[in-house]
Design a protein. Structure first.
Lengths: 235, 333
């Protein structure tokens, strides 16, 4: 699903955020991306979501080499991923329903389909009763669940989350993580950047650790993939 | 809930993993129009949320559009007026005194066959003298004259199809060639001057119109730029969840359209109010000159529609320029 092949990212000004990163996330896999602040977690996610582009190397997502994705095909690629942020990125002048409906409206679903799918997604995150409310009236955990509903309403094959529990207390964090686990269970590939080590240690999933822009091979806690085999591109 | 539907959708180069759910083509086609309609009214709704600011911008546009439109209306009337004057053109042919009455009759008949001549009237010199004696008050003084000092006069009325200054000039040259004609008189110069002034006016309207159209573009462009700035976070979210440029652009284009429409409606209103204000004293003025009353009336339907259309187009165009320039600068960070 995601293949990083000798990827480096150097920002303008010479700051190298990622150095020669190689890893492979299989379809249906769930992994956590950890590391200290500034280790390059966000940069790595941005490369997958095409918010940034790799300076060298190839990032291949779902068989598409992102180096070859132009400005006009980029939106269509993003529709295949659900992206979740620490600060939720909701639109506060629209209701919960309208926020979640946005990806469907962009794709051109009919109003009937939209309301059916939005209600299904809200139901999944347990917020159906809030559909007419405005996000500002909800708690942080609820807002994050709205943003998760928006990310999954399109039924993407890949979910990316950048510190989704960064602003939440441990109980709420666990609830959010359980949601991600549930989506992973039905086949969604999930990659979550977080530094909540105690939480992810309970979850028994693969951990990809970044340190100063490089993968820390000794700490890759990989229960699903066999590293003795060479990478096989999914293209 | 997810990847099992991937295989039912189209296959591009084996990248089966990232096939998300997509609406059918017919659904997307139908939705395209419905969404356009929705955005059309949604953008109007956005404007109505801040009616004062909207009205201020629209008024600025209205004034900018009203100026050239008003000048055009006045100029148009001036041109029509000069057209009316044309139709009462007449050329006076003063005949040489020794010309025989028979000969004059022949010339009159001949002139009447010209295509550029509508009618020729003969004013007999004897009759003219009598009329002059009766009406001028110089009756007694004229009695002292032994001979009639007045020549025979042929008044030529050019036909309506040959009444612009150029054609009348050619006719004049032809008339001067007639041997028996002593003097050809037409006060055409004032007409030429009027045409010249109208020509200058037309250029002026063109220049002012272009400048103010540019002003309209700038006002709308700036308004849209501010609207984009206000909705920066929304645009970022739209881009993150896969909104295409045209999708994100759409509400701003319709906003530009609405501004253009509102502005030109205000312009139509302003021009008509001005015309109503001017009409009364103008009618009074024309009554002092002649008995046929002249009035500007209201803005014609054609001019109004043209104004509304150009307003809308300028709005769309200004918004398109602003959106094209500023949307690229807003990317998720």
């Amino acid at each position: 699903m995601i293949l990083f092949d000798q990827v480096s990212k150097r920002y303008q000004g010479g700051n190298e955020a990622l150095t020669n990163v190689n890893f492979h996330l299989h379809p249906g896999e769930m992994a956590f991306l950890t590391g200290h602040s500034g280790a390059g977690k966000s940069t790595l996610l941005k490369l997958i979501a095409l918010i940034e582009r790799a300076s060298t190397g190839n990032v291949i997502v779902g068989g598409e080499n992102l180096n070859k994705v132009g400005r006009h095909t980029l939106p269509y690629l993003r529709r295949n991923m659900g992206i979740i942020f620490q600060d939720y990125q909701l639109l506060y002048d629209r209701t919960v329903f309208d926020n979640v409906a946005l990806p469907l409206i962009i794709s051109g679903f009919s109003s009937r389909e939209v309301s059916k799918r939005v209600r299904a997604a809200l139901d999944k995150v347990g917020l159906l009763r809030f559909e007419k409310k405005y996000p500002i009236t909800l708690s942080g955990g609820e807002q994050q669940r709205v943003s998760i509903a928006r990310a999954v309403v399109n039924k993407p094959a890949l979910l990316l989350a950048d510190e989704p529990t960064g602003n939440l207390d441990p109980d709420l964090s666990r609830e959010i993580m359980d949601l991600f686990m549930a989506f992973n269970q039905v086949g969604v590939t999930v990659l979550i950047a977080t530094h909540d080590i105690p939480l992810i240690n309970q979850l028994n999933k693969r951990i990809i650790q970044l340190s100063h822009g490089q993968l820390n091979p000794g700490l890759i806690n990989d229960r699903k993939t066999d590293h003795t085999k060479p990478f096989t591109a999914e293209t | 809930m997810v990847s099992n539907n991937s295989s039912t959708h189209e296959n591009t180069g084996g990248s089966v993993q990232l096939r998300q759910l997509r609406p059918s083509f017919s659904s997307r086609f139908k939705e395209f129009f419905i969404r356009h309609l929705q955005v059309f009214f949604y953008s109007l709704g956005l404007l109505s949320r801040s009616p004062f600011a909207t009205l201020m911008t629209a008024s600025a546009l209205g004034i900018a559009l009203a100026l050239p439109a008003g000048l055009y209306v006045i100029l148009d009337h001036a041109r029509q007026l000069s057209g009316d004057m044309n139709s009462i053109n007449q050329i006076s042919l003063f005949m040489k005194k020794e010309t025989a009455a028979k000969r004059i009759e022949v010339i009159q008949k001949k002139l009447e066959t010209y295509p550029e001549v509508a009618q020729v009237k003969h004013i007999n010199r004897t009759a003219a003298l009598k009329e002059f004696k009766d009406n001028s008050g110089f009756g007694n003084a004229l009695k002292a004259l032994k001979t009639n000092p007045l020549p025979d006069l042929l008044v030529v009325y050019p036909s309506l199809t040959h009444s612009d200054p150029q054609q009348i000039n050619t006719l004049l040259i032809d008339l001067k060639k007639i041997k028996e004609v002593d003097l050809v008189q037409l006060d055409i110069q004032w007409l030429q001057r009027l045409y010249a002034i109208i020509n200058i006016g037309q250029r002026g309207v063109l220049i002012i119109g272009s400048l103010l159209a540019l002003a309209v573009l700038l006002i709308i462009g700036n308004t849209i730029r501010l609207a984009i700035e206000n909705r920066r976070s929304e645009i970022v979210v739209m881009k993150l969840i896969g909104g295409t440029d045209s999708f994100i652009r759409r509400p701003f284009l319709y906003t530009g359209f609405w501004y253009g429409l509102l502005g030109s409606l205000i312009a139509v209103l302003l021009v008509n109010i001005s015309l109503i204000i001017i009409n009364d004293p103008l009618t009074h003025l024309s009554s002092l000159y002649e008995n046929n009353l002249f009035s500007l009336g209201l803005m014609g339907i054609n001019v109004s529609i043209t104004l509304l259309l150009s307003g809308c187009l300028l709005g769309l165009f200004g918004a398109r320029i602003a959106v094209g320039k500023h949307l690229k600068e807003i990317e998720p960070k």
